[in-house]
Write a protein that binds this ligand. Sequence first.
Ligand code: PSU
Ligand code: MN
Length: 303
Amino acid sequence: MLRLSPEVAQALSAGAPVVALESTIISHGMPYPSNVAMAREVEQIVRDGGATPATIAILDGVPLIGLDGEQLELLARDRGVIKVSVRDIPYVVARGGHGATTVAATMRLAALAGIRVFVTGGLGGVHQGGEDTMDVSADLTELGRTDVAVISAGVKSILDIGRTLEALETLGVPVVGYGTQEFPSFYSRGSGHRVPMQLDTPDQLAAMMDVKWSLGLSGGISIANPVPAQDEIPAEEMDGVIAQALADCAAHGITGKDITPYLLGRIVEITGGDSLRTNIALVRNNARLGAQLAVAYAARQHL
Ligand code: PSU
Ligand code: MN
């Protein structure tokens, strides 16, 4: 029931490096046309790094692993594209609809296709006030069960970072700081929270993936790659912006799966586009690491 693009099918059958990319970030994470420009650029960065990009989405009810330029454009423009987490996959597929996949849904489809490395911008997590609302992203559940390494720039402080890290610990998910001891907070390199482990090279990351899954320790790995220093927005600056966005979200009565897209859009408005520039810079940075990791991991499978 999955459709692999010819390029991705060929790479996977040859054991060549492949990097999965999500599509909610395109349809619901950034405004048009920055979103489609970002999607194309990130695919190019993966190619330049020696790997095959596989952007994942559901179009006309078919889960696609690897998209062409027209399909990226549709996801970026069409307002009828549904945000699809794992729970939504059977609904959108059975109805023949279009869906942009979240981290959780992309992980699951990537794993079904045999892809082990996935690059995104930011993870979902425990929302602020989540201890009352129980608003906890299915991204965390999925990291607890599906064998994919997910490279992100951490978790933004629209979420409760401390509780998100606690939940990941409970789920048995290794959270690795890439070249850092501090968990990054998306726009900013720091968060005030430490990571439980640090690794510094793609090969060290690949070795850990190999060991985890060879031992039958199922589940994902969260690789936290801080935004480059020249692109970061200091946490002190973002705190006020995020507080304002959260207040506006509550005032508009936004709930459930609409919360994250609303907050992302509002933050872009409040920062006059600065947050979008940082967002794109960190995704580029993650794509570079993702290609290196996919290459290192594929090399180990041929040993
Ligand atoms: N954070 C971002 N950009 C995004 C998302 C999160 O900076 O696009 C998207 C991702 O697809 C993530 C999803 O998996 O939001 C989480 O949504 P929710 O909190 O509804 O699970
Ligand atoms: Mn939620």
